[in-house]
Design a protein around this ligand. Structure first.
Ligand code: SF4
Ligand code: SF4
Length: 287
């Protein structure tokens, strides 16, 4: 089920190519909707105001999800301004759960297991999201002790996502998440320019940064909805967890920015002149 057109998909992994020991994991974090039972279109709670077709409870299939798990308005998502659908990226959790955790069953063929499948999907989504950040962290960090911590967390992540569904449901996600957050903070602190590291504000809703030099700024977890980043200089700029919905990244070079995700890029407004890190791809909706 390909719900979105993602141009340059093959380029997405160039940035991490040097991380050859993680090639399999890198591939596993790439969405493959054709191998998924449309999990995001069923498992998630959706709001019309967030750019989904309707308000929908978690566990209820979207009215546009077809029997073959394709979206019947796939080609019209941009025209219909379905920003939520266009932005969503499961970090490969959908096909992992559909193909591996539940190889011979799905929420439709086994409705009595549907809620369990959705819970497993939500846990694997969070693990894959953390794996994404850890992979990028591993490619940025130079400190050997931090590298070893990252390596251990990635190994633990791999083990957890390979568990049987019943064991995945028992995972202490909070404990693991705390370890990941701590190591990402160490990496972020190493990256941040000294002058900006300590007292960054976090609310930049609609702020006009046009053509500003934001090199080395730490925007992790910042609210940047509709901020104007057009033409900014963004080398080493940290966007970990920043809310970039409707942020203007037209004519902007983000190739040196760090901790960006496909979901952030999908949610922002770019154009043909936007330059992306090579581990991310250009959303078809920009064209
Ligand atoms: S859960 Fe992921 S793989 Fe499945 S349809 Fe949604 S985006 Fe695609
Ligand atoms: S409109 Fe399509 S992509 Fe969006 S939730 Fe419904 S089925 Fe999924």
């Amino acid at each position: 089920m390909m719900r979105r057109d993602l141009l340059g998909q093959d380029m997405r992994w160039d940035r991490m190519k040097n991380n050859s020991k993680y090639t399999d994991l890198e591939a596993a974090l790439r969405i493959d909707c054709e191998k998924c039972s449309g999990l995001c279109c069923v498992a998630l709670y959706c709001m019309k105001t967030d750019g989904f077709p309707d308000n929908k409870q978690a566990g209820v299939p979207c009215k546009h999800l077809r029997a073959d798990f394709c979206c019947d308005i796939h080609g019209q998502l941009a025209k219909k301004k379905m920003r939520g659908c266009l932005a969503y990226d499961c970090f490969g959790a959908g096909q992992k759960v559909s193909q591996s955790s539940y190889a011979n069953e799905n929420w439709k063929t086994n409705p009595e297991k549907a809620n369990e499948i959705f819970q497993v999907f939500m846990i694997v989504f969070q693990l894959h999201q953390m794996a994404w950040y850890l992979l990028e962290a591993s490619s940025l960090v130079t400190d050997k002790r931090i590298s070893a911590e990252i390596e251990a967390l990635i190994a633990e992540n791999n083990q957890m996502t390979a568990l049987a569904p019943a064991e995945i449901l028992q995972i202490d996600l909070t404990n693991y998440q705390t370890g990941v957050n701590q190591v990402l903070k160490k990496v972020s602190n190493q990256l941040a320019a000294d002058s900006f590291d300590k007292s960054e504000r976090k609310d930049y809703f609609g702020k006009n940064f046009k053509r500003a030099n934001l090199n080395g700024r730490n925007f992790s977890m910042a609210l940047m909805i509709a901020a104007n980043l057009e033409g900014c200089s963004l080398t080493g700029t940290n966007f970990l967890g920043a809310d970039l919905r409707d942020a203007n990244i037209k004519n902007t070079d983000l190739r040196g920015s760090v901790f960006l995700t496909q979901m952030q890029i999908n949610a922002a407004r770019g154009n043909a002149k936007t330059k992306l890190p090579s581990n991310l791809c250009r959303p078809g909706s920009w064209d």
